[in-house]
Design a protein around this ligand. Structure first.
Ligand SMILES: Cc1ncc(COP(=O)(O)O)c(C=O)c1O
Length: 367
């Protein structure tokens, strides 16, 4: 039997104004998807990342679906997406009827390989999805240059990247459209929730319309396109606003964790997912690689024996049954997926928590 879980991989901090704001929703009866907190959360979020607007939706997966529908992607279109990612962006390509084309990862940053993206472009390619993985940034300047040169749309999946910057610029402001997730394990949470950030006014308008059942501009209860109900509730937005007020605090705490992990794990045969010069890693997940794939699961098991929860780095999506099309040349994704571990990374873990995790890791390597 497994010992009790003492240190989870993640745990949200709801100790700010969440309760007060949610109570305002309850007291006012504005509990559905209209109400002041939706507007306040959207405006606050847009301002936080330096984007012209933001549209709150019910989760990060529908954010991606809405983004791809807004860009008009569909049957016959190829969309280049990393194989080393959470499955949601790949599913979103399928939802709109387009075809995912997998690109490999960079072995150092773990982000999509720019050279491999370029190599996968065909006459059918219409878009690239950059997924900022685990809080690290993709090379957006290079990807934007490729997209421009080939007339491709550029989508950023920033679900794992609140607080991630390239220079001074927040991710999500480089492409045509970007998405965020506020699931309970994200840097800020609304329980379930997401955000769509579109650069152009036409895309902003269309995303708003599609989010709300494709309602026509000038006639009540008249729908002139097939839309969705992807709206966020006022209650979720109330939690989101309270979380956003503390985003800088959470990010500072997470940076402290990453620094403590780096210090405490020095000298062990492990490679940390480190910050890249010129970027800000938001350390959504503090992560590492074992030297060999065969060392990964024993280390995870040893930590679990100490009551410490970890996660494996994502299984490459091209190896999953519904996407196993025999695509080749994805060896780095396979390697990282087999060697990687995400460590407990929640803001309140603190340096003492990191020390407990690292003591268990050291003990494992001394055995
Ligand atoms: C990279 C990435 N994209 C999309 C999502 C989907 O977000 P959600 O779980 O809010 O639907 C996640 C969520 O974990 C994610 O990690």
């Amino acid at each position: 039997m497994l010992p009790p879980l003492l240190i989870p991989i993640y745990q949200p901090d709801l100790g700010g104004k969440e309760k007060a704001y949610v109570n305002q929703c309850l007291d006012s009866t504005w509990i559905s998807s209209k109400g002041e907190f939706i507007e306040r959360f959207q405006a606050g979020f847009a301002s936080y990342i330096g984007a012209p607007n933001a549209l709150a939706v019910s989760n990060g997966t529908v954010a991606l679906h809405l983004a791809l529908a807004t860009l008009g992607l569909g049957a016959g279109d190829e969309v280049i997406v990393p194989s080393l990612t959470y499955v949601a962006p790949v599913n979103a390509i399928r939802y709109v009827g387009a075809t995912p084309v997998f690109a490999d990862a960079d072995p150092v940053t773990w982000q999509v390989s720019v050279a491999d993206v370029a190599a996968r472009i065909t006459p059918r390619t219409r878009a690239i999805i950059a997924v900022h993985l685990y809080g690290q940034a993709c090379d957006m300047l290079a990807l934007a240059a490729i997209a421009n040169a080939h007339g491709l749309l550029l989508i950023e999946d920033c679900a794992e990247a609140l607080g991630t910057r390239i220079g001074d610029r927040h991710v999500g402001t480089f492409g045509d459209i970007a998405t965020f997730s506020f699931f309970g394990n994200k840097t800020i949470t609304t329980g379930e929730g997401g955000m769509v950030v579109a650069r152009g006014a036409a895309h902003q308008k269309l995303a708003l319309k599609l989010r709300g059942q494709g309602l026509a501009d000038d006639r009540e209860y008249w729908h002139d396109v097939v839309g969705f109900n992807f709206r966020m509730t006022n209650i979720c937005a109330a939690i989101g606003l309270a979380q956003l007020e503390r985003a800088d605090e959470f990010l500072a705490q997470k940076r402290t964790l990453a620094e403590a992990y780096a210090r405490e794990l020095q000298g062990l045969p492990l490679e940390l997912h480190a910050e890249v010069a010129g970027t800000t890693h938001s350390f959504w997940m503090c992560s590492l690689l074992t030297e060999q794939p065969s060392q990964r699961d024993p280390l995870r098991r040893a930590l679990r024996d100490h009551g410490i929860e970890t996660r494996p780095v994502f299984h490459p999506v091209h190896t999953m049954p519904m996407y196993a099309q025999g695509q080749t040349g994805l060896a780095v994704s396979v390697e990282l997926g087999a060697r990687g571990i995400n460590l407990p990374s929640w803001p309140g873990l603190g340096e003492a928590g990191v020390q407990t995790v690292c003591t268990a890791i050291r003990a494992h390597f001394q055995d």
